[in-house]
Design a protein around this ligand. Structure first.
Ligand code: AMP
Ligand code: ZN
Length: 528
């Protein structure tokens, strides 16, 4: 694992070699959602980016402890609850569950630990007490504020000049704060709001307190990587550092990774503009892995512009990979040596095999080099596409001997394996007429209550049986067997040069939505 992963650290504003605190282990904290609504595709982009980074670190051999919180107490949740006449607990429960479901739908791995703010209040009270005792925080009428003046490195992460910020903030100074930049660590609750006992008041923690307390509890300070969208750099992450370092007197996190914002058609996503997309809605018409592939084509730190056209292109690209893998699998399984002169087989086998193995190796190398360079997923995806093209070209004329066949397997497995590192799973099962049988069996059990595809299968299955009965006198009821009979009869007809009969089989199958493909490695049936 002596590999050199380099990552861009917001704190130092440059790419650095990644050196974890403990060899072979990574402690990673990602700010989670505030659960007052379904997550939008911007949130999804950020969570997906760091899911891929986490997966890559694991692929590189690290044991990653990945913590992502859920902010389930917050003003926004309380407001939503009031609007809807529900309790804040109900609102938070509904959207926490929806968030986890959405992450699963998108293929995002569960974090190692998913702490919820409402279950971590004692740790937050402890942190706030530590800050009050150390002179970094003060109480005013049941509220507690962090004193920004007490932490001299304040502004370092965001690169802001705090004197300038202070004069900018003067107009809206809250008279109870000692300094315009001070922020709330604890808020006294209004009647009916979720609240907990504390030394200062019955109240609730401020948002920033959460992440400092939970990351310290589950990862310790310092830990390796802290991540979030770049809109969180200020004030959220700046405040997290101020709280943690003022209490624990050690570095908070060594590397700060920030993802770029998602825009739609080059505009900020805004409900008022009508260009606001929820993940759950998008996933009703987009395959999750196509969405993943689209997002991975932009570097995680760059802004990402979403559009219907780009989504369509990514869907087409994903389908291209999928059909290439199926094609390779099918060719591998139905491998038959191509009939050429013996010496020609030898030559082709050697050159195709060597070429494909070399290309698979190049792709792995380029994938790793791209990902090692601050997780350049766009470069990694491009490398995979090159191998898809090479794999397809390699089997264009069939498979030339066992060595070539093994090289094709290697290429297919490399494509599928590297996609998997990016969290993209492709179904590489060969698609042919024989797959029909399982679905038809299912149908028998469910009594025709299947979806549209099942219904089509049922019709196709019935039509195929009838076709075989009329053309070749097939007496059984199995559509798979019927197809086999038809193909065998067609081969026979072709051998006898009875083209009219052979064509009748092809046309008949075509009418029931099945296409015969004659390839160098044999005949197969695909859906139209
Ligand atoms: P929030 O629930 O608003 O705290 O956001 C959860 C995560 O989504 C944070 O890491 C934000 O940085 C991120 N986020 C919010 N809006 C966007 C956006 N438009 N594009 C990308 N990430 C976003
Ligand atoms: Zn946070």
């Amino acid at each position: 694992m002596a590999r050199a992963i380099r990552l861009y650290n917001t704190l130092t504003r440059r790419k650095e070699k990644f050196v974890p605190l403990k060899e072979g282990k990574v402690s990673f904290y990602l700010c989670g959602p505030t659960v007052y609504n379904h997550i939008h595709i911007g949130n999804a982009r950020t969570f997906l980016s760091f899911d891929v980074i986490r997966r890559y670190l694991e692929y590189a051999g690290y044991e990653v402890t990945f913590v992502q919180n859920i902010t389930d107490v917050d003003d926004k949740i309380i407001n939503r609850a009031n609007e809807e006449g529900r309790t804040a607990v109900e609102v938070a429960a509904e959207y926490s569950e929806a968030f986890v479901e959405g992450m699963h739908a998108l293929g995002v791995l569960d974090p190692t630990i998913r702490p919820r703010a409402t279950e971590e209040i004692p740790a937050m009270i402890e942190l706030i007490s530590c800050l009050v005792e150390g002179g970094h925080a003060y109480e005013v009428e049941g509220d507690v504020y962090f004193s920004v003046r007490s932490f001299s490195p304040y502004g370092r992460l965001s690169g802001r000049d705090i004197e300038q910020m202070r004069s900018g903030a003067r107009v809206e100074v809250d008279p109870r704060k000692r300094d315009a930049l001070d922020f709330a660590l604890w808020k006294k609750a209004k009647p009916g709001e979720p609240s907990w006992e504390s030394p200062w008041s019955v109240g609730r923690p401020g948002w920033h307190s959460e992440c400092s307390a939970m990351s310290a509890r589950y990862l310790g300070n310092p830990f390796d990587i802290h991540a979030g969208g770049d809109d969180l750099i200020f004030p959220h992450h700046e405040n997290e550092i101020a709280q943690a370092e003022s209490c624990y007197h050690v570095t908070f996190a060594n590397y700060w990774l920030h993802g770029g914002m998602l825009t739609i058609d080059h505009e900020k996503m805004a409900k008022s503009e009508g260009n606001f997309l929820l993940l759950k809605d998008v996933l009703t018409y987009v395959r999750p892995f196509a969405l993943r592939l689209l997002m991975l084509q932009t570097h995680y730190r760059s802004p990402f512009d979403y559009s219907a056209e780009r989504l369509q292109e990514a869907t087409a690209a994903f389908e291209r990979i999928e059909s290439a893998l199926r094609n390779l699998s099918w060719t591998i399984e139905s491998y038959a040596v191509v009939e050429t002169a013996p010496n020609e087989i030898g030559d082709k086998s050697v050159s195709w095999t060597a070429d494909l193995l070399q290309r698979a190796e190049n792709t792995r190398e380029r994938f790793i080099n791209s990902m090692d360079d601050d997780f350049n997923t766009a470069g990694a995806v491009a490398a995979i596409f090159e191998l898809v093209t090479a794999g397809n070209a390699s089997v264009k004329d069939g498979i030339f001997g066992e060595a070539h066949r093994r090289a094709v397997i290697e290429a297919r497995d490399t494509i599928a394996g590297l996609l998997n590192v990016l969290g993209v799973t492709v179904d590489a099962e060969p698609e042919n007429g024989l797959n029909l049988s399982e679905e038809v069996e299912d149908l028998k059990d469910t009594g025709n209550a299947g979806d549209a595809r099942d219904a089509n299968d049922a019709l196709a299955a019935k039509a195929v049986v009838e076709l075989a009965a009329s053309l070749v006198g097939y007496l059984g009821e199995s559509p798979v067997e019927a197809i086999e009979f038809l193909l065998a009869a067609r081969d026979e007809a072709r051998a006898e040069k009875d083209w009219a009969r052979a064509d009748a089989m092809r046309d008949g199958l075509n009418e029931v939505g099945l296409v015969i493909e004659d390839t160098a490695s044999g005949t197969r049936i695909v859906r139209k």
